[in-house]
Design a protein around this ligand. Sequence first.
Ligand code: J2J
Length: 540
Amino acid sequence: AREHLPGCPTWPEDFARRYREAGYWRGETFGQLLRDRARDFGTRVALVGGAHRWTYAELDARVDRMAAGFHALGIRPRDRVVVQLPNVPEFYEVIFALFRMGALPVFALPAHRASEIGYFCAFTEAVAYVIPDRFGGFDYRGLADQVKAATPTLQHVLVLGDAGSHTALASVPTEPVALEGPSPSDVAFFQLSGGSTGVPKLIPRTHDDYIYSLRASVDVCRFTPETVYLCALPAAHNFPMSSPGVLGAFQAGGTAVMALNPSPDVAFPLIERERVTVTALVPPLTMVWLDSSLAKKHDLSSLKVLQVGGARLSDEAAARVRPTLGCGLQQVFGMAEGLVNYTRLDDPETLIVTTQGRPMSDADELRVVDDDDVPVAPGETGHLLTRGPYTIRGYYKAEAHNAKAFTTDGFYRTGDLVRLTPEGYLVVEGRAKDQINRGGDKVAAEEVENHLLAHPSVSDAAVVAIPDKFLGERTCAVVIPRGEAPAPSALNAFLRQRGLASFKIPDRIEFVAAFPQTGVGKVSKKALRDSLRQSLSTPS
Ligand code: J2J
């Protein structure tokens, strides 16, 4: 057997054997999965986006040529490649080519900037970085120049569109060559964790475990060859990728449609034209869709299910989905580390509207515990811990953090506070991790605090969530100035200039003389949040 990629914790042998014997892990790889679909569904449309409309046979052939081209560039099995593409069909052409040759994509978001990308490239010792020329008013080639200058391992910048001084992605494909593919138990790619630490953690997912999560998701969500899935959320995110997402559509032999933008003016015409049957959104976008006057102007009757997850959907908004959009709602509570919960399509409406679903697999193990890891009484709120055939046993090269983020018997500490209903469904009641969930975009408090602390006029900083009608939560940076307080706009400009993704820039900055302390001399974020909530609700 091959050695696992160094720095990637894996399942103990007895668990791995059990997961194989029970048929969860079936020894499949993504390269072969696409090959099999091309054989069985060759002439059916796999992927639609922009001017492209690729059948399974076309996608498979393009992936062979792209993989051969990557190989010709010198990219080898297990090499890391940071992929930062918007919702274009080439996203899947590129990542399947990497899967097929056993190179490992690192899934960056289009919103990431020099701070995040520089870190991913350096930490993973990436050999290549794949970008669009421009997207959303931003020129990624300049970012690539900056990152390349700072990353000695980075040999190739591959650009979709006008390459400038870099290499055009379109120039890469060559005649297919025989490539030795990866093993099913090998790591296939790195997802990003929402995180609560100074730098984002990388999540190693294997072919075996992720493909099992697709199979289970497809089963729960009843994806079939008739399914047309609209990818409206950022393609690199775990939700639209795998719950069941685009990969689930491929697993089922269905069609995936890429929307460059999730707004109604882009998504609704696509739903009408492609007869989309299912899509996934975060709660704020759900509100935008529910309130859009465009809903009446387009034929959305093909849409059977709207999945909502990434952050807590209010019961009120949940109840509006069916009457307003004429489709069913499915709540999804998932995480890139593994565990995904779904409400079931034929569940009673009250469960669909008021819970975040139940685990998709019988093999998912859940514990709801108190601060001392002791199980709480049934129905009480506690910390959610989980273990199972598609939940990681550790982050990439993060030994010290892993010791805290996982129990000694391998349960992942989700950082979520949940309660179990009598039916065994989960209700997300809050969060223990030091993170702000900005409408599905996760912001690690410590990461932003560290950037703030780099400013000469900042003596100390604490980033906390403040309630928000639209996003659920927004970020507030509470700052103790050194000397005279800087202008909030100057602090935010400083963060932007350091290359922080814009969704992490504080929505609000407050200056204080001191922080409330907990007993052990740590900043009490809870006290900070409470006092902010007070000052926000009392008109000044
Ligand atoms: C409350 N909080 C939720 C929900 C996620 C499917 C769906 C979502 C993600 C995702 C995903 C929530 N209600 N319905 O990967 O495959 C919060 C929790 C969780 C964290 C994970 C998928 N759905 N959350 O959001 O890795 O705090 O994955 O631990 O980005 O989002 O974030 P992420």
